[in-house]
Design a protein around this ligand. Structure first.
Ligand SMILES: C[S@@+](CC[C@H](N)C(=O)[O-])C[C@H]1O[C@@H](n2cnc3c(N)ncnc32)[C@H](O)[C@@H]1O
Length: 404
């Protein structure tokens, strides 16, 4: 077997240079854990719209090592079942498991602010690579990792063993956490969630940190870092942009079929105040999801090749259709939710506030829902320090309906 110590050292140096890797403890982990052990039986590399399978067996060893130590995300499963050893030609498909790009893995681990002896719960084991870095840093008994896909979990478990870590690899839906080993000092999710499940708050110690990427649009998600309070709430802010594959039970079913039929009956039509193309940018896309959770941005073409742009909320049976008038845009809205009215109000307020970046967003998580806001006033009490929103349009409340 090829000794990959030089590649690991080079990867660590690149991550230090890029600013993702900061502390000696995580550097030692990156320099020690062989990433190639976690890529069996192989990976899919992008080739135009297709995925080219590359397996360890049958590849030139030097080429395989180069692939393993790329700075890119390496897709390891397509469509919830396909692995690279099952096909020989490039195939279409949707990535459903991967070894995330090392810079994102490591910068998230750095943001977890772990200390020796901390117990961590990871949601989204994937290949097991990030779990192995944590085992190196904190010890195998302090790491529990949950993976929803049994085959992925089994491969990760074997890879962790091969790397010398007998950790707790659990197969299950990580949205439920893993109560049997709770409470945890830290919880990290490497799949995308619509909101922080309250079970995660319940299973994290007061003072503990939860790090998870929130949203459902690939180019408009926020990495949330919240601290759990004594009173069973959690609060914090969005610390940056990040994107992952969606948690399986929350994966969006793309709106398809006859879009013009869905948008046939509008309740109102008017000019927009801002361009809907703003939603192509990251922060406006994040704000759109706060203002209209559940909405999807859909692009299509008419049979004559004209561009179509919509917001659809399938659950609320509502739509906004945007019509390009050349100089300006018109919007037709239909259904019980006035999607664009809500989104536009937030986008205008955000612009008036000086278009602050995503790290200006704060959030408060309770059993009953999430509150997000930008701006406001900091209040310090005996048990916590939190921000009070000023009640402006830059405040979004996502309530949960209690089960009867
Ligand atoms: C981007 S990969 C994880 C990367 C991984 N941490 C690594 O270093 O290789 C996301 C993983 O989350 C898993 N996943 C998706 N939804 C999940 C859920 N609800 N609970 C647990 N795992 C989930 C997927 O099956 C996938 O393997």
């Amino acid at each position: 077997m090829t000794d990959t110590a030089p590649e690991r050292r080079r990867l660590a140096a690149q991550l230090v240079e890029g600013g993702a890797l900061k502390t000696p403890e995580w550097r030692a982990a990156v320099e020690t854990v062989p990433r190639e052990l976690f890529l069996h039986p192989g990976v899919f590399l992008p080739e135009g719209p297709l995925w080219r399978p590359v397996t360890a067996v049958g590849s030139d060893p030097a080429e395989w090592v180069r692939t393993a130590y790329t700075l890119d995300t390496l897709t390891t499963q397509l469509d919830g079942h396909l692995t690279a050893d099952q096909v020989s030609e490039p195939v279409p498909g949707l990535p459903t498991s991967s070894s995330t790009m090392p810079a994102l893995v490591v910068s998230m681990l750095e943001s977890l602010d772990v200390e020796d002896g901390h117990r961590v719960l990871e949601i989204g084991t994937g290949t097991g690579y990030s779990g192995a870095l944590m085992c190196h840093r904190l010890g195998q008994d302090n790491v529990t990792t949950v993976e929803v896909d049994p085959e992925v979990a089994a491969r990760a478990d074997a890879a962790l063993e091969a790397a010398g870590f007998s950790t707790w690899t659990v197969t299950g839906d990580g949205l439920l956490g893993h109560p049997r080993r709770a409470p945890y000092d830290r919880l990290i999710a490497t799949c995308l969630v619509r909101r922080i499940p309250y079970t995660w708050v319940q299973q994290t110690k007061p003072g503990g940190i939860i790090l998870a990427t929130l949203g459902s649009w690939a180019n408009g998600c926020g990495l949330a870092k919240v601290t759990v309070n004594e009173d069973g709430t959690a609060e914090g802010r969005i610390i940056g942009k990040a994107s992952f594959m969606q948690a399986r039970s929350q994966a969006t079913t793309p709106v398809s079929g006859d879009l013009s039929a869905r948008a046939a009956y509008a309740d109102s039509e008017r000019q927009t105040k801002v361009s809907p193309l703003m939603m192509d940018e990251w922060m406006p896309a994040f704000i759109t999801q706060l203002a209209a959770p559940g909405a999807q941005l859909v692009r299509a073409r008419t049979s004559e090749g004209g561009q179509l742009l919509y917001l659809f909320d399938p659950e609320r049976e509502s739509f906004a259709e945007f019509i390009d008038d050349g100089e300006s845009w018109r919007v037709r809205q239909g259904g019980p939710a006035t999607l664009w009215d809500d989104v536009e109000e937030s986008l205008v307020a955000w612009q008036v506030a000086g278009s602050p970046d995503i790290t200006s967003v704060r959030l408060h998580v309770t059993k009953h829902g999430h509150t997000y806001w930008i701006g406001g006033q900091q209040i310090t009490t005996r048990t916590s320090s939190h921000w009070l929103s000023d009640g402006s349009a830059l405040r979004w409340q996502h309530s949960l309906v209690d089960r009867p």
